[in-house]
Design a binder for this molecule. Sequence first.
Ligand code: RET
Length: 234
Amino acid sequence: MDKMFLASGDLVGVTFWLVSIAMVASTVFFLYEGLRVKPQWRLSLLVAGLVTLVAGVHYDYMRDFWVVNQATPIVYRYIDWLITVPLLMIEFFIILRAVGGAVGAASFNKLLFGTLVMLVFGYLGEAGVMSATLGFWIGMVGWAIIIHEIYMGAAAQASGAAGGAVQSAFNAMRWIVLVGWAIYPIGYVMGYFMGGVDDGALNMVYNLADFVNKILFGLIIWNLAVKDSGDTGH
Ligand SMILES: *C/C=C(C)/C=C/C=C(C)/C=C/C1=C(C)CCCC1(C)C
C-alpha cells in the first residue's frame, strides 16, 4: 500500500507531482485568460490550454507509474507527445493567422510529417521494434524537417512580414523548438548509446523540459496576445 503514495525522499516523484499540478493550473490560466484577449487570439490560448490539459492528464498517470515502479513511463510519454507536439506546431500558424499572415497548408503538412517521423521512429527504437540507432537517426531527420520549416519555410517568411510582437514571439517559440526540444534526443543518446543513464536523473530532466516546452511556450503566446489586446483591465 505505501508504494501507492509519494515518499518524502522521492525527489523525482516530487518533480512529477510539481509538473502535474503546474499543468493543471496553467490550463485554467490559459483558458481563463483566453476570455479577455481580443477574439483573434482566443484560439491560440485555447490550444495552449489544450496542450497543458493533455499533458496534465498524462502526468497524473506518469507520476503514479513512477511512484509505484520507480521507472520511466515511456508509453505514456509518447502518447502525450503524439497529441501535444502537433498542437504546439499548430500554434505557429494560429498566431500568424491572428494578424492576417496566411500560410499555405503545405507548410503545416511538412511540420506534421516531420513530427510523425520523429515520434514514430523514436518510439520504435525505444520499444526495441527496430534498432535504437536506426530509430534515433530517422527520428532526427523528422526533427530536422521541422527546424528547417520554421527557420526557412513559408511560416518563417510570413512571420518576418508580420513583424513586431508576432515576429519576436515566433522567434522565441522556434528557439524553444531548437534548444528546449534538444533535451529529449540528448536523453535518448545518454540512455541508449552511453551505457545507460540514471532513470531518476533522466526523468527529472524530461519533467523540466516539459515545463519549458509546454508551459513557457504557452506563456510566450499569452504575453503576445495580451500585448496585442491592449490594456483590458490589468
Ligand atoms: C511536450 C512535449 C514535447 C515538446 C516533446 C518533444 C519530443 C521530441 C523533440 C523528441 C525527439 C526525438 C528525436 C529528435 C529523435 C528520436 C528520439 C526522440 C523521439 C526522443
